[in-house]
Each structure stands twice: as C-alpha cells, then as structure tokens.
Design a binder for this molecule. Structure first.
Ligand code: NAP
Ligand code: GCO
Length: 267
C-alpha cells in the first residue's frame, strides 16, 4: 500500500462549519479531494445554496444545512439530522467565525460577547454535539481554526484574540479529556489569509496605493512576502483529519508563511 494512503479520508464524513466560502470552503474541498464526504452549514439559506453551487462546480457532492452554530438546539438538531441522513461525523472542523475590529474601550459588551459566542462558545457547542458518537465509534478528529491571535494581540481585536486564545485552550482540553477514546483534537492557526474576513485590510487606498496593513503584512511581518491563500490550509487540514496524525493531539499547527518565526523586517 502506498504510504500516501495514510493521508486518505476515504469513507469518512467531514462536517466543516461556515464553509460556503473562504477558509472553510478550501478545507472542505481539500478533504473532498482526499476522499471525504463533505457536510457543511451556514447561517443563511442563500449562502448554503451558493455554497452547494460552488461545491457542485468543483465536482463535489456536498450536503448543506442552515444552522447558526451559536444556537445549541439548532446544532444538536443538525448533528442528529446529519447522523440520520448521512452518518456519524468522523471529522469536525470548527471553522465558522467572525471578527469585529473596534478599539476595546469603544466596544460594547454585546459586541464583545457576539465574537466570543461564534468564535469560542460555538466550537464548544458543536464539539459537544459530535463527541458522543465519536466515542461510540471509537475514533474522531476535531480541528479548531485558531489564529495568530491565539498567540498575539493587536489593536482593535480584543474580543477576537480573547476568543481565539480560548479556542487554543479548548483544543488542548478536548485533547486531554477525550484522547483516551481515540479522538484527536488539534488546531490550525492560519496567518493572514486573503478571504472576505480580511478584505478590509487589503482595500486599496483612494489614490490606488496599497492599504498600509496590506504592506505591513507582505513587506514587514511575513517571510513568505505574501498573503496566504485559503488553499494553503487544505493540506495541513487533510493531515490533521487523517490517520497520519493519530498520535498528534492538542497541537496548534500554524500555517502562517513564517510570521511567528519572524521578528519583522529590520529597518
Ligand atoms: P469569512 O470569509 O468571514 O467566513 C466565515 C464563515 O463563517 C462564513 O461562511 C460565515 O457565514 C460563517 N459564519 C459566521 N458566523 C456563523 C454562525 N453563527 N453560524 C454559522 N456560520 C457562521 O472568514 P474566513 O477568513 O474564511 O475565516 C474562517 C475561519 O478562519 C474563522 O474562524 C476565522 O476566524 C479564521 N481565521 C481567518 C484568518 C484570515 O486571515 N482570513 C486567519 C486566521 C483565522 P456567513 O457568510 O453567513 O456570515
Ligand atoms: C486581523 C485579522 C487577523 C486574521 C487572522 C490572523 O484583523 O488582525 O483579521 O485576525 O483574521 O486571525 O491569524
């Protein structure tokens, strides 16, 4: 048997949350290419439909559900429906996420709570919903999409950094509590990736020049000298979803073009 068979996801069912587009979509596409059956959700029917059309165009027979990942009853109902219609979820990717870029002292508590709800409470809710069947099945893979902000702060992202820092520790705790059931829970920490979420940071200036943050990322902070593409995350996700990573547990795999290793371009 070719060694690459260890990276196969044939016969596995993968739920990727918030995967109509962006990072979730790229991860789901990579997992489909490795043989997984893709199931995804989005908060709006129109986005689920749009996602299904994209998957179909890419030759992927995905199944989509409308579900707000912060709504525990809706998540439990979705997981029960998936188990009834498709089968037990072997791989969960907690990808759905939001960010609000507001200086902390200007941020309303409700805005802070909204980010924590999607980026931290929801991975707890969805993981809690899928783990019992993984225990019964005797195996499972959970991948939490963390962030550079699981390690660093910066201006205006207090809620997001708090959530993603918490998600790193939730990842480690799930690994600790459920590793004995052959469930591996790891994180992926993307660097700066070109998606709708970061579009405001790449918006060209009125005079057509690069956004200062765009230059900051490409010219000062990232050794690769570029923004990441969502596709850059697919291979690491397939690895963490496959049998090749069965003894990897509680780790955050940073896919950041070298940002974390780099002090920053010297003057
Ligand atoms: P994105 O383009 O904003 O996509 C986020 C996805 O999550 C959308 O499909 C969105 O659906 C969905 N979503 C949001 N709230 C939801 C909810 N309550 N229930 C269900 N779905 C919900 O973001 P992205 O850049 O692809 O990021 C995906 C993940 O990677 C996020 O967790 C993000 O924090 C993380 N990340 C991103 C970067 C980056 O540089 N882009 C770097 C590190 C980590 P709607 O369109 O319906 O809102
Ligand atoms: C920001 C960006 C980042 C990225 C990502 C980096 O405003 O700083 O949105 O937070 O989304 O999380 O890893």
């Amino acid at each position: 048997m070719a060694y690459t068979a260890n990276f196969s996801l044939e016969g596995k069912i993968a739920l990727v949350t918030g995967a109509s587009y962006g990072i979730g979509y790229a991860i789901a596409k990579g997992m489909a290419r490795a043989g997984a059956k893709i199931v995804f959700n989005d908060i709006k029917e129109e986005f689920v439909e749009r996602g299904l059309a994209s998957y179909k165009a890419d030759g992927i027979d995905a199944t989509g559900y409308v579900c707000d990942v912060t709504d525990e009853d809706a998540v439990n109902a979705m997981v029960a429906k998936i188990e009834e219609e498709i089968g037990v979820i072997d791989i969960l990717v907690n990808n759905a996420g939001i960010i609000k870029r507001i200086p902390m002292i200007d941020m309303k508590a409700s805005e802070f709570r909204a980010v924590i709800d999607v980026d931290l409470n929801a991975p707890f809710i969805v993981s809690k919903a899928v783990i019992p069947s993984m225990i019964k099945k005797g195996a499972g893979k959970i991948i939490n999409i963390c962030s550079m902000m699981s390690e660093f702060g910066r201006e205006t992202v207090s809620a997001y950094a708090s959530a993603k820092g918490g998600l790193k520790m939730l990842t480690r705790n799930i690994a600790s509590e459920y590793g004995k059931y052959n469930i591996q829970c790891n994180g992926i920490g993307p660097g700066y990736i070109a998606t709708p979420q970061t579009a405001p940071l790449r918006e060209p200036q009125a005079d057509g020049s690069k956004h200062p943050f765009d230059s900051f990322i490409t010219d000062t902070k990232t050794p690769a000298g570029r923004w990441g593409d969502p596709e850059d995350l697919a291979g690491p996700a397939v690895f963490l979803a496959s049998g090749a990573s069965d003894f990897v547990n509680g780790q955050i795999l940073y896919v950041d073009g070298g940002i974390q290793a780099y002090f920053g371009k010297q003057p």
